[in-house]
Design a protein. Sequence first.
Lengths: 276, 323
Amino acid sequence: MEHDYSIAELKHLATEIRKDTLRSITAAGSGHPGGSLSAADIMTALYFQVANLKTPTDPDRDRIFWSKGHIAPLLYTLLAYKGFFPREELITLRKFGSRLQGHPKKDSPPGVETSTGSLGQGLSVAVGCAYAARYDHSPVRVWCLNGDGELQEGQIWEALMAGAHFKLDNLCTIIDNNGLQIDGKVADVMDLGDLAAKVRAFGWHVIEIDGHDMQQCVNALEEAKTVKGQPTAIIAHTIKGKGVSFMEDQAGWHGKAPSQDELAQALRELDGEEGE
Amino acid sequence: MATAHKDVLSKLDGKATRFGYSDALLMLGRDDPRVFVLDADLAKSTTTERFKNEFPERFIDCGIAEQDMVGIAAGLSLMGKVPFTSTYGTFMVDRALDQIRVTVAYAELNVKIMGAHGGISVGPDGATHQALEDLGVMRMLPHMTVINPCDVNEARKATLAVAAMQGPTFIRLGRESVPIITDDTTPFAIGKGITFEDGDDVTIAATGYMVYEALLAHEELAKQGIHARVLDIHTIKPIDRELLLKAARETGAVVTAEEHQVMGGFGSAVAEVLVQECPVPMEFVGIHDRFGESGTPDELLTAFGCRHTDIEAAVNRVLRRKK
Ligand SMILES: Cc1ncc(C[n+]2csc(CCOP(=O)(O)OP(=O)(O)O)c2C)c(N)n1
Ligand SMILES: [Mg+2]
């Protein structure tokens, strides 16, 4: 464990991060709230508790690749909360001249490990990075975030093969299994079938968790560090739009910005949940 | 084909440019521990097998998965390695274009991309295996340096040069043995064309194998009293504007020659420079908006208009239009 937050503190942090993510999307007038909210808990656990990530330039820092690059607003909010750039800048998301591009651009702002946005590519980058880290006997661990719809890309399965073939036990990918993509339910658009069985059959250690249970998130990420001889995939069962009633499990909130009124309601709900 | 092939220039030794690539990789393997070589099940054809045999721990066979290969190379480069990805140009550029665009070029990663089997001279494998659009596609990507060596020595120098620079690069290699027209004393710098023959009547700006055909054309034209300047433009991007503009000003007519689609390719790149600052009559030798087909390299170079005779005809046409 790299840091020592209590589960309650991590949950509070995840709520604040959800709120600022939504504020930035509303300010931008566009962006992707649904998949940001589904991944918020486990990515908060990763950035604030499990990953070795003190500064964005430390050569020995863990590398985190956001293969599903469209949820850049969550990435930027996490980086701002890490202190890698000023929080005030979050409302420049998607604005002309901003460092906060619609989809991640390497080093813009510091902490964005590389450019993503065309789905399906990040896991291969993570494989290459993990390969180099092991070659160098470096302590760097490599993490990746994939969407479930994204798994329909063939390149993902090339990378799954490669990760297992090279026995990269310093590599862990998180699959944000929220069941939705743009056109509807993943199961209706192009069913992934028994995902855990498939990934396991590709040679990965698979952990299935409730991706909104903070303790399970931390435990799964910690478990990934202990696995030997194979990479790990955490299948996080999540709810797209988690925490905002009108967004939850709605494909329509994949890539739509809340209005000011909707934002106000979302913030009230998130605060309320916190108070429960 | 009873042509100048059979006289002076025919005495030259030949070797395929892909061997220049692995010659350089072996040198780099010894000198630069950052260098990794990746292939996608074509290590024999691309000649990376030579590197694999000597430095197995720095060779990665990615299997038949070109898109994954580009991503793995990107990851290696993010950890300070200098990865060279290798497969046929078609599969490298066309299959993995989105990966090269977003993962490599947009992020300005230090990935060295090799497209082997460029051009129509790939031969009997036919259209699917003949990369005819690689240079054009790669030169459109921001941050990408694009090089097309004319012989095995230039391919070796180009490979060493891209390893020494920071940023994404593409080098085209050929399958067939081609005459060796440069040696260790021929200068090589990325972005600097080379004047092979001086002349004031017309400029033949050639790239890759077509530099050799341009030299043959130069000989034939000299017999007709036409003095052609022959330029080897190995770097398509950044292109040597200065050398091209000087040649256009001094000769007043330009013919480009490439074993590639003219549309969007090398000829277009030259025209983009000249039309703005020194418009002169131009002719484009190369492949004109069609797919390749099976045949011997010799048959195909002739059938697809990539011969010195095609260059000579183009020179005669352009000279009629020259003021
Ligand atoms: C190669 C590619 N195709 C299409 C898109 C457009 N797109 C953006 S997000 C998305 C759906 C992603 O679904 P999923 O991976 O499940 O993400 P999440 O549900 O977490 O938002 C699509 C199709 C893209 N960014 N890249
Ligand atoms: Mg999804």
